[in-house]
Design a binder for this molecule. Structure first.
Ligand SMILES: CC(C)(COP(=O)(O)OP(=O)(O)OC[C@H]1O[C@@H](n2cnc3c(N)ncnc32)[C@H](O)[C@@H]1OP(=O)(O)O)[C@@H](O)C(=O)NCCC(=O)NCCS
Length: 166
């Protein structure tokens, strides 16, 4: 699963990464909720590290995604200064390899319907749109587990077969 792209290392997240993940995850709370899920082995969370700095992250949820029975890739982000160097691709491929190692036939994800850049990125990596989706999101307080916000977003589910990977 872990690997290197140039001087970038892809590895499983560590508790000590948490302070660096707020920007990539949108907030420290969101990063902590993902880290907690990874500790429970409900998900894997991978980070890209360059010169001891976390420059990218992705999570893959093993169950209860939006396109069962396939694992669900979400939360992919690369810091703006490190984009277009292959790090996003390397994170997705590491997530796919982790899914293939667990026997998954395909990887699924979704993109907001108006996010043409993300859709183009995933299409470049071999993902195809399979259907429109109404994504239900929830914000969770990592200290209490309490739901602090929820809503929906119009997305496209995209999927890629994993045959031949891992
Ligand atoms: C999407 C994102 C993760 C891409 O990361 P990245 O490290 O720049 O991507 P890579 O350098 O690995 O690019 C892989 C391929 O996708 C292409 N690509 C990257 N960004 C693209 C974009 N915005 N539009 C079209 N193609 C794109 C690259 O040209 C590359 O193609 P190539 O291998 O043929 O050269 C990054 O732009 C990002 O963090 N964006 C903000 C968060 C986001 O949109 N996340 C995804 C949706 S949840």
């Amino acid at each position: 699963m872990p690997g290197t792209v140039g001087r970038v290392t892809i590895r499983a997240v560590l508790d000590t990464d948490l302070d660096c993940l707020g920007e990539l995850a949108g907030s420290r709370d969101r990063a902590e909720v993902r880290l907690q899920a990874a500790r429970r082995d409900e998900e894997v969370m991978l980070v890209a590290v360059a010169a001891d700095r976390v420059v990218g992250a992705v999570s893959v949820r093993w169950r209860d995604g939006c396109d069962p029975p396939h694992p669900w890739l979400y939360g992919l982000a690369v810091v703006a200064s490190a984009r277009r160097r292959g790090i996003g691709r390397a994170l997705v491929e590491a997530g796919e390899a982790a899914g293939a190692a667990r026997g998954a036939d395909a990887m699924s994800l979704d993109v907001d319907v108006d996010d043409e850049a993300a859709a183009a990125f995933y299409a470049r990596l071999g993902y195809v749109v399979v259907r429109p989706h109404r994504h239900r999101w929830r914000a969770i307080d990592p200290a209490t587990g309490e739901v602090t916000g929820e809503g929906t977003a119009s997305t496209w589910i995209m999927r890629r077969r994993l045959r031949g990977i891992g």
